[in-house]
Design a protein around this ligand. Structure first.
Ligand code: PEP
Ligand code: MG
Length: 543
């Protein structure tokens, strides 16, 4: 029995056989040929087939993980048609009289080297993509399909890392869990695995893959990030018991569907869901959440290779609003710090968490912000929209934002474009400054939502990305609870509602504390909605 420790990114336990994800390594030989026109034909046919495969993957991804996450496959389709790439392959076939596989393989290597040597990290990342599409074309020439899940039984997929195309291509019904040696919380695998509700553990270390074997039984504990290979009988039965308990808890919780979020003494609150893309709508509907309390709109930007246009954003917001009967709170772009998109060309910062992120970036580049606001206002007629602004620290920022909102409304009015007058405008309380001046901010907005992840980081001066300071990062610290309480008091004095949308909202050991503070809404991951409802229903505030 060997234990590995990584980071659990989706809380569930999986027990099953290991299946190591191997990329088909096709041996490409150089073959001299006089019949270059046949090679060119083979190339064209294979490109067509590869594009067809990618289109299917794109459609599958669109359904399972949403448009923003699926876009990478559209990019791959475009790359297959790239003029420079195709010219280089064709030239090699016709001038060097070689077979098409060889020309594709060499060209892929040359392009990947060129991308890797660029300074821009976005371009560097394209090296993997060019290999990805080239391998697909070569596989198509050889009649090999790529990336099939190996067996009929459900398995735990273990890999060094998984490319987005690989993750989405896996048959969701045959995957028990993902376990990878590298990967960061913001990686595609994590975003996709979370959206697909598949337990995942990342960062299991370099040794991990070299020490495991196909078919060995393993336990993936997504709660603690523990991965146990070849468990002994006692461990196996301990985990089977835990798994069964989890299943029973889940089943019991299902009985709470359709029930109210009400305490024993009759206080009702809202329990909403947090999402990162429109692909999670079905999960939200299945979770019985009353609405969406945090739509992290920046994921749409992170998955794109260029600024998402107003029309594209409008379509996404409209779709979410039409699909969710309750309130939908969309947070405006919160990019910067750990969330980087290369096309923003953000300058290197010594302390990015304290830098030009979130609303600061939006106010510094109002042309980007305006596009999002226009899309949001236009979509507002399709549901119950709330717009929420992140990282607020001052009155003047909020004045600037509200002025921009008014300008956007006037522009739309002048162009006879419809928008709703009932949009709720709110701010995140995620800096100590916002909590401390919450008495002044409350009269300016319709709601507050506490971002406890950042509020903890900024109050305790603990970088949320730095595992070395994790033990100093006490999310239950009195200072944080006092700031939340102060914000709740000021919200209610001014007649507005207050929710919590950071991770702490799902910490059921604090639910009663939050209710006693008067918190009106808790927004949590869809899979935790019923758990929080269960806790609320057992609380007696008169007790
Ligand atoms: C938070 O900071 O608590 C929050 C909800 O926002 P994010 O985690 O996206 O920064
Ligand atoms: Mg935050």
């Amino acid at each position: 029995m060997v234990k590995y420790h990584g980071k659990g990114v989706y809380g569930a336990i999986a027990i099953g056989s290991i299946s190591i994800f191997r990329r088909k390594n096709i041996q490409v030989k150089k073959i001299k040929t006089d019949n270059t026109s046949t090679e060119l034909e083979r190339l064209e046919k294979a490109k067509g087939k590869a594009t067809e495969q990618l289109r299917k993957i794109y459609e599958k991804a669109l359904k399972e993980v949403g448009e923003a996450n699926a876009q990478i496959f559209e990019i791959h389709m475009m790359m297959i048609e790239d003029d420079d790439y195709n010219e280089a392959i064709t030239k090699m076939i016709t001038e060097q009289n070689v077979n098409a596989e060889y020309a594709v393989s060499v060209t892929a290597g040359n392009f990947a080297d060129m991308f890797s040597s660029m300074d821009d990290s976005y371009m560097q990342a394209r090296a993997a993509d060019v290999h990805d599409i080239s391998n697909r074309i070569i596989a198509c020439m050889n009649g090999c399909e790529t990336e099939a899940v190996p067996s009929a039984e459900k398995v735990i997929i273990c890999a060094d890392d998984l490319a987005p195309s690989e993750t989405v291509s896996l048959d969701k019904d045959k995957v028990l869990a993902f376990a990878t040696s590298c990967g960061s919380s913001g990686s595609h695998t994590v975003i996709l695995a979370g959206n697909m509700n598949i337990p995942a553990i990342i960062g299991l270390g370099e040794e991990f893959l070299t020490q495991i074997k196909d078919g060995t039984t393993a336990i993936a504990d997504g709660f603690t990030g523990t991965f146990i290979v070849d468990p002994d009988e006692a461990t196996l039965s301990e985990y089977k018991q835990k798994q069964q308990e989890e299943e029973e808890k889940k089943k019991l919780l299902q009985e709470l569907k359709g029930r109210e979020n009400i305490t024993l003494d009759g206080k009702k609150i809202d329990i909403f869901a947090n999402i990162g893309s429109a692909g999670s709508i079905d999960t939200v509907l299945g979770s019985d959440a009353g609405g969406i309390g945090l739509f992290r709109s920046e994921f749409m930007y992170l998955e794109n290779t260029d600024y998402p246009a107003e029309e594209e954003q409008f379509r996404i917001y409209k779709h979410v609003l039409e699909s969710i009967p309750g309130k939908v709170i969309i947070r405006t772009l919160d990019i910067g710090a750990d969330k980087q998109a290369d096309y923003f060309h953000l300058e290197h910062e010594e302390n990015p968490a304290l830098g030009l992120r979130a609303i600061r970036l939006c106010l510094s580049r109002p042309e980007i912000f305006r596009v999002q606001l226009r899309a949001l206002y236009r979509a507002s007629v399709y549901g119950r929209l709330g717009i929420m602004f992140p990282m607020i620290t001052s009155i003047s920022e909020l004045e600037e934002i509200l002025a921009l909102c008014s300008e956007v409304k006037n522009e739309l009015k002048e162009s006879d474009i419809e928008y709703s007058e009932n949009i709720e405008l709110g701010i995140m309380i995620e800096t100590p400054a916002a909590a401390i001046i919450s008495d002044r901010l409350a009269p300016m907005v319709d709601f507050f939502s506490v971002g406890t992840n950042d509020l903890t980081q900024y109050t305790l001066a603990c970088d949320r990305q730095n595992p070395r300071v994790e033990r100093f990062c006490d999310t239950h610290h009195e200072a944080i609870l006092r700031l939340i309480e102060m914000s709740a008091e000021n919200a209610h004095k001014n007649g507005i509602w207050i929710g919590i949308c950071g991770e702490l909202a799902a910490d059921t050991s604090l639910t009663e504390t939050f209710l006693r503070m008067g918190i009106d809404e808790l927004s949590v991951s869809p899979s935790l909605v019923l758990k929080v409802r269960d806790t609320v229903r057992k609380i007696n505030l008169n007790g």
